[in-house]
Design a protein around this ligand. Structure first.
Ligand SMILES: Nc1ncnc2c1ncn2[C@@H]1O[C@H](COP(=O)(O)OP(=O)(O)OP(=O)(O)O)[C@@H](O)[C@H]1O
Length: 247
């Protein structure tokens, strides 16, 4: 494998969360207990020594049951979380679609949020002007473009987020389950868009609870179980293994 072809390089990533099991009724109590060193934490390893690589133009699926660590992994790749151990190296521009509505200001309209999101992703107003019509058309939100997004449904949030992220032609697109809130027609449209972007060289990291979606879209992937990578491989083999192990 050529080194230059690797676009996401995750090596020995572990992520530890400190969890408190104590019941604390408010910030004041928390601060007092914290100052007195009276809060005890338990370590929880959401990811343990996960390593994998994604190549340019590859659609890579991440499978795992609830709580397996998929979102935590995507957040470390996106740079939202810093891994406790290990390294994540990214080559190119990334557009993460990780949490519904992340990067949006609920009080602002969709029009305003398009520019806000563009700025977060590193694009100027002029660059977003050039993409504005495409974003509105793809999201099919023409009639709601001047409505504050706090009035949007989850599907409308997903449409807007997906349309903005894909319009920026990223080298890496990260999609965490967000498509599942869109209706069937929009999901198909997004899948076609993802396939087209992959053909043009974008790498995609995809989390979905729809094994059929993963099977039809991805070429390779991994399975996480309790934070550990238990299998990596070609998608057919991986999905068959997943079904037989967990059904
Ligand atoms: N900020 C946090 N603090 C403490 N624990 C966390 C935090 N974020 C995630 N976890 C824990 O890490 C584990 C993995 O969570 P994660 O959201 O990555 O799983 P997932 O595979 O995406 O699950 P799902 O399929 O349900 O979305 C869970 O047990 C979760 O409770």
């Amino acid at each position: 494998m050529e080194t230059s072809n690797i676009i996401i390089d995750v090596q020995h990533v572990s992520m530890c969360f400190n969890m408190t099991t104590e019941k604390i009724s408010g910030l004041k109590e928390f601060l007092i207990k914290r100052l007195k060193n009276q809060i005890s934490y338990t370590e929880f390893w959401a990811l343990s020594d996960v390593s994998f690589r994604v190549n340019r133009g590859e659609l890579f699926g991440v499978l795992g049951l609830n709580g397996a660590g998929k979102s935590t992994l995507l957040k470390t790749v996106a740079g939202v979380l810093k891994p406790t151990k290990g390294s994540v190296n990214i080559s190119g521009r990334m557009a993460p679609l990780i949490e519904l509505g992340a990067g949006f200001d609920a009080e602002l309209t969709a029009r305003e949020n398009i520019y806000l999101n563009g700025a977060i992703l590193g694009y100027s107003k002029k660059e977003m002007n050039a993409r504005f019509a495409e974003i509105v058309e793809f999201s099919e939100l023409q009639d709601f473009i001047d409505v504050p997004v706090k009035n949007y449904s989850s599907g409308m949030y997903a449409r807007l987020g997906f349309a903005i992220a894909t319009s920026t032609r990223p080298d890496i697109l990260i999609v965490d389950e967000i498509l599942s809130v869109g209706d069937f027609k929009f999901q198909q449209k997004c899948e076609a868009k993802i396939s087209q972007m992959v053909q043009e060289g974008t790498s995609v990291l995809l989390v979905s609870h729809s094994i059929e979606q993963i099977r039809s879209l991805c070429s390779r992937g991994i399975i996480l179980e309790k934070g550990q990578l238990i299998k990596e491989g070609n998608i057919e083999e991986l999905c068959d293994f997943y079904y037989s192990k967990y059904s």
